[in-house]
Write a protein that binds this ligand. Structure first.
Ligand code: FRU
Length: 538
């Protein structure tokens, strides 16, 4: 029992027990209610027997669990009801497309379900019409890598379009299918996009974003002026979500990434940590696009079985295009702020090299922290040794951890820390002088997070592309027992870490700010809140 509870999250979405690979399935806002479906094993805390769990919410924070929405019952989904998406058709009619697994070889087809009673506010029951499956892999298409249909969008010609993730040998593919009536689907001559040597594309997501401002767009708003497009794919070789920003040419149904974006594992990521199989949806009630993602456990399978649960959803994030047009920004939805309880703050506190400042008075295991650091100059930024210049952020972070002294940084937060710092998950910045620019590393380092052995404790990191002229850097972390979700520079780089401290649990967890660089750094503003648990009604 204790084991089950000590690392369980309190304000992140997770079912009462058993496995989820969140693959947020069919998220949507419909008639005043948010729906979240998820890949769920009703029999245990490991992957298998996959059905669609279903929960509803008025605010994306408090949830009510309903009966499963889709279960294997038919020859076309007998071996699993895998990921898919919702589309709201004209006349306000929701429809869900999902992947059915038909045999032991994992042959995949696409099916649809409709609400049994459109007047049920929760849309609790879903029916499988008789004309399923809608889509089977034709010759030449890899039928065991043919899955995860997207939300549909409508083209100028009045035809619906969806993507299905796939691969041919090592080439990742987003197949495009078109339909006039949503029932009869025809594969387009060319995929919307593909890329060699990227492996299978799981859970594709394709949507327009406004060039300016934070307003989200419906998937079918492809004709808007001043839009760009985002294509995201989940690469199962690395287990990360990558996206490109680019142009969509509706006349030829092709997508071409901008030259500032690259496909594959060197590309942009929604999150540089534990975050996979994500999906976004357009929230018409607040005109925003919201991103959900799955954060898997980093402990062992045995731990999961003992805990009785595995997998959480990250806090939903609003996403929009960065003013530089090259990447997205992401920020926790404002509703999470309704959970803020007791608040403490610091103003203009200097931290010299080696200083550690405790942030007292809040529940450090369940908190929201926003901080702005400032520094007098960039002069002390340490030169990046040429032998380290080629390293990716993750490797650089594992070599230059929070306790390795530097010039400008490392400075940041020590989250989920034990009282004597036997354990801590540092979230920190380190500025390097490289060739003719600065490299700014944001790191969320689980390597010191737990005294326990056998855990996966990666040093996750990303590079921030901010202008340091103002000599400030901001950071926000959402801390929830076994998860730390961090947002650098207003959401330019997001990193989610899963950690399992032995000592820094519940009331024994502490929160600190620290500086291990020779340049003095000021905590210009720091606001931290205890976070209350929302209602999860089962
Ligand atoms: C991604 C994924 C999907 C698939 C589902 C099965 O995590 O592998 O591609 O539909 O999970 O649970």
């Amino acid at each position: 029992k204790v084991k089950q509870l000590e690392h369980r999250t309190h304000y992140h979405f997770q079912p009462q027990k058993h496995w989820i690979n969140a693959d947020p399935n069919g998220p949507m806002y419909y008639n005043g209610i948010y729906h979240l479906f998820y890949q769920y094993n009703p029999y245990g805390a490991v992957w298998g027997n996959i059905i669609w769990g279903h929960s509803v919410s008025m605010d994306l924070i408090n949830w009510k669990a309903l009966q499963p929405a889709i279960k294997p019952t038919k020859p076309y989904d007998r071996h699993g009801c895998w990921s898919g998406s919702a589309t709201i058709l004209p006349g306000n009619k929701p429809v869900i497309l999902y992947t059915g697994v038909v045999d032991e070889n994992k042959t995949q087809v696409q099916n649809y379900v409709l609400p049994k009673n459109i007047n049920d506010p929760y849309l609790e029951e879903w029916i499988k019409p008789d004309d399923n499956p809608l889509l089977v892999a034709e010759p030449g298409v890899n039928r065991t890598a043919f899955r995860d249909p997207t939300t549909a969008w409508m083209g100028r010609d009045g035809h619906w379009r969806i993507l299905i993730g796939s691969r041919r040998k090592h080439t990742g593919i987003a197949y495009l299918y078109k339909s006039k009536d949503f029932i009869k689907w025809v594969k387009a001559k060319h995929p919307l996009h593909s890329k060699d040597r990227t492996g299978n594309w799981e859970c594709p997501d394709f949507f327009p974003v406004a060039r300016e401002g934070k307003k989200g767009l419906d998937n079918s708003m492809i004709e808007e002026q001043n839009v760009k497009f985002v294509l995201k794919v989940s690469l199962d070789t690395t287990r990360y979500d990558y996206y490109t920003v680019g142009k969509y040419f509706p006349e030829i149904d092709r997508y071409i990434p901008d030259n500032t974006s690259v496909d594959g594992w060197k590309g942009l990521r929604y999150d540089y940590g534990n975050f996979y199989a994500s999906k976004s949806f357009f929230d018409a009630s607040k005109n925003r696009r919201i991103l959900w993602g799955w954060s898997n456990e980093s402990d062992t399978k045995m731990d999961d079985v003992e805990k009785g649960w595995a997998g959480i959803q990250t806090i939903p994030r609003r996403i929009w295009l960065h003013p530089n047009g090259k990447q997205l920004l992401a920020w926790p939805i404002e509703e999470v702020e309704s959970l803020r309880g007791h608040k403490v703050q610091l103003r203009n506190e200097n931290m010299k090299k080696g200083d550690v400042v405790e942030i007292k008075g809040i529940t450090a295991a369940q908190a929201d922290v926003e901080v702005v650091f400032s520094f007098p100059s960039l002069d002390k930024a340490e030169p990046l040794h040429p032998s380290l210049d080629h390293l990716d952020a993750h490797e650089l972070c594992s070599r230059k951890g929070s306790s390795v002294h530097g010039g400008l940084g490392p400075f940041g937060l020590l989250t989920l820390a034990s009282g004597k710092l036997e354990e801590y998950t540092p979230v920190f910045v380190r500025v390097f002088k490289a060739k003719n620019k600065h490299k700014i590393l944001l790191c969320s380092d689980a390597s010191s997070s737990s005294l326990k052995k056998g855990l996966y404790k990666p040093s996750f990191a990303g590079f921030l592309d901010v202008d340091l002229a103002k000599k400030k850097l901001s950071l926000r972390s959402l801390i929830d027992h076994s998860v730390v979700e961090s947002f650098g520079a207003g959401g330019e780089v997001c990193i989610t870490s899963r950690v399992y401290p032995a000592l820094a649990v519940s009331d024994n967890a502490h929160l600190y700010a620290f500086n291990n660089g020779s340049e003095t750094v000021a905590i210009e503003t720091l606001d931290a809140w205890s976070i209350k648990g929302p209602k999860f009604m089962n």
